[in-house]
Design a protein around this ligand. Sequence first.
Ligand SMILES: *Cc1c(COP(=O)(O)O)cnc(C)c1O
Length: 353
Amino acid sequence: MISTHLTTNRKPRPRDADLVFGRTFTDHMALIDYDAERGWFDPRVVPYEPLALDPAAAVLHYGQAMFEGLKAFRGANGKVQLFRMDRHCRRMADGAGRLCMPPIDIELMREAILALVRVDSVWVPSSPGTSLYLRPTLIATEPFLGVRPSKRYLFFLIASPVGPYTGEAFAPARIWVEDKYTRAAPGGLGGVKAGANYVASLAAAEEAKKRGYAQVLWTDANDHRSLEEVGTMNMVVRIKDEFVTPPLEGTILAGVTRDSIMTLLREWGFRVSERTIGMEEIISAHGRGDLREMFGCGTAAVITPVGELGWKGESLIINNGQPGEVSRRLFDAITAIQYGRAPDPHGWMTPVD
Ligand SMILES: *Cc1c(COP(=O)(O)O)cnc(C)c1O
């Protein structure tokens, strides 16, 4: 049972047209504590406020932290539903072990998500492209400076009403193929939504921006030849009628959007391959005119088409810099399910009543 302490001080809500990603937060948050003796305990919804942390808390020194990201949508009928909540909960529980954190109790996490969305349901926006972004986070809170796993943790869940991720919907991005920095190495943390992966990626992204690119295409840590992810999204390339995405071998995050896209593509009769793909193959397919589409996929934007790749001083324009035809179809199909405009044959949506 989750206890609920409602705020007496509701905040003003931004208009849908003014929403930007991750800037405003709702009136409440959910918290669950953990210690070795009690396991997960005291699940509660409380007014949104700063956390009180001991300055010696392990997370502040050694980065023992991970997070999730999922969304609640308001359908045309006014009802709110969550996209693939169970898969996000399972991914958080499964990933914790790599960071020596206790797996979150999936049932408690589900309850916390549903409780927070119910309490703050007026914050789920309704204009096209808007949603309530949910950010479950797990941090190490034991005040102790020795380097070993913490004995205490805090799970917290905050929520932010968001507009379409990119200002201009579906505008193809210019992407820099990174051949100096590494996001994730074999045996590292790349397969987990660890905060540490994001700080590792900042310098490359900043340098790419200075060169006029929106994001980087990560390559493997060994020789920077095979392609891994686009920014914080999974990568998919269409060569003729084959859709290729790199395999999940530890350096790549197992995206929920990636999984949803592969499911739809297979149902639509396309060949989907999880295999290694390198720049040589991309360049030769491009030269033959077979590189039909390329995109990144993730919860925030669903699909971000790649219009141009910058690599070793050269520029490859993909599909004349236009979004691909199947990219568009995938975006439309997934958003139609999310907003309840299309049936949900896979059971991806969880209604919040
Ligand atoms: C979150 C994330 C993704 C996308 O995962 P979704 O579950 O589709 O949101 C892809 N790559 C990285 C590195 C991520 O952190």
